[in-house]
Every structure is written in structure tokens, then in C-alpha cells.
Design a protein around this ligand. Sequence first.
Ligand code: CAA
Length: 261
Amino acid sequence: MRAYENLLFQADNGLGIVAINRPGALNALNAATICELGRLLDELSKDDTIKAIILTGSGEKSFVAGADIAEMQAMTVIKGRNWSKSAQAVLNKIENLPKPVIAAINGYALGGGCEIAMACDIRIASDKAKLGQPEVSLGIPPGFGGTQRLARLIGKGRAKELLFTGEMIDAPEAYRIGLVNKVVAPEELMDAAKAMAKKIMSRAPVAVQACKAAVNEGLDMDLDSGIAYEAEVFGLCFATDDQKEGMAAFLEKRQVHFSGK
Ligand code: CAA
């Protein structure tokens, strides 16, 4: 794994822990960080020793406080569009990574920070976290997929309220509206994220991948097409050793040992 300027990476028994690390800017995402994250995701995607990923922010105050406002201030129309597209491509990599990705939201998740958390599969927040899409206060809409993922995650009406008002919400409110899956005390955040990751890692990896692909792909389809897609991935899993092992272990009333094949 190469050294990164604005990211910290740690491998822990098959779990890859990535922390956005720009302490001087509350982990705001500048172009260099987005570029590094894209490269790291490409490496993690190919690394068979890494089975699941936790994405967090370094320090105690912030997950990611958005895109870097200083860097965006003088952008032209063309630069703004390209910046949006290049960051969207990196967030799409998170969403489409063939491994589960959990956001451990340790503080501010604003603008691009909320957007990067929404690109993850599951979000666990510290009870000190604050989330929101404050872009309209800066004269822009979200540009890292926020208008699309927020509405898909919490519904059109609630999404528009957060997008139009630009207001921050606290973690319990984010939980209430379905923006985060779980809220825990700050000191329990990483343990909670690791426990969730380990539980997922104990299941059949190809079946977990099938669930991820079916939910992601299916949400962009009509119901009949989504159901048909599900039948395909369901059928494909019968070609895996893990299907044979999972069902044999159940019927033989013994512990299961998945190989990931
Ligand atoms: N970009 C650049 N720098 C940022 C930043 C950002 N998004 N957020 C914080 N910082 C910097 C501050 O400028 C400050 O730097 P200096 O110490 O050099 O002055 C440092 O981080 C600490 O920030 P504050 O002093 O503001 O800390 P605070 O505790 O008073 O406030 C905060 C915390 C409420 C998160 C506040 O920093 C804030 O509102 N940040 C901006 C949040 C925001 O608007 N995010 C959306 C960005 S736009 C976007 O993301 C667009 C998109 O979809 C692509």
C-alpha cells in the first residue's frame, strides 16, 4: 500500500480502515484527497486480503466538513462541472466496490462529507455527529451526488427540506429519518463499526456481494426488472462452494466455514 498525504490506512485482520486526514481543514475534501481516495479504492478493490472497509475522519471533531471551499471559490463553470464529475466518480467507486463499506461518522458530515457517507453501504454515527447539506448557504447545490442519494435514502420530501434549508441535523435526528443506521457514544464508534464489519465478514462473501449488487442495481430499475436481476444473482450463488457449505452446515447442525469461493 502506497503512502498517502491526506489519508491514513490501516489493515486489521481483513478489515481496511481508511481515515480522511486533513486536520487543518476538518478533513475537507480537496482535489488531491479525492484523487488519493480514488487510487486507494482501486487498490482495495483488487486486494484479496481486504474483505470489508471502514471509512472515517481523523480527529475527534469531524468526519468530513465538505468539499474544500477555498479550493472551489474561484472555479469556472467548466472547472466546477469537472470537479463534480471527478468526485462523483470516486464516490461511485465506493458505492460499487465489491466489498462492504461502512462509514463511521465521528463528527461533522457536511456537504461532500454527508455525500461520501451516503455512498457507503452502512452509516454508523457518534452521538456527537452533525449531518447536513449546507451548500445552498454557499450559493451552490450539492455536487457529489447528494441531491440523488439523499432523496433515494430518506425520500423526496425530507431530502428537499435538508437541501433547501441547508440545516444541520444531529445524529439522533439522522437516525430517526433513516440517514444513519445506528448512533453510538463517540468512544464506542470504531468498536461498533468493527463489530458490524466483522459480522458481515463472517457471512458468505459472494452472497453479501450479491445483496449489494441487487440492492444497488435494482434501485435504478423498475420492480419487475429488479426482481429479475435478483433471480439472476440468486441463481449464480448456487455455483459457489459457500452455498454448498452454508446449507450443508445448517442441515448437519454444525458451524459454517465459508471459503469465499
Ligand atoms: N472547506 C475548507 N476549509 C474548511 C471547511 C471546508 N469545507 N470546513 C472547515 N474548514 C476549515 C476552516 O476554514 C478553518 O480553517 P482555519 O483554521 O484555517 O480558519 C478550520 O477548517 C476549522 O473550521 P472552523 O474554524 O470553521 O471550525 P468551527 O468549529 O467553528 O465550525 C463547521 C465547524 C461548522 C464545520 C464549519 O467549519 C463549517 O461550516 N464548515 C463548512 C461546512 C460546509 O459548508 N460544507 C459544505 C462544503 S461545499 C460542498 O461540500 C459541495 C459539494 O457537495 C461538492
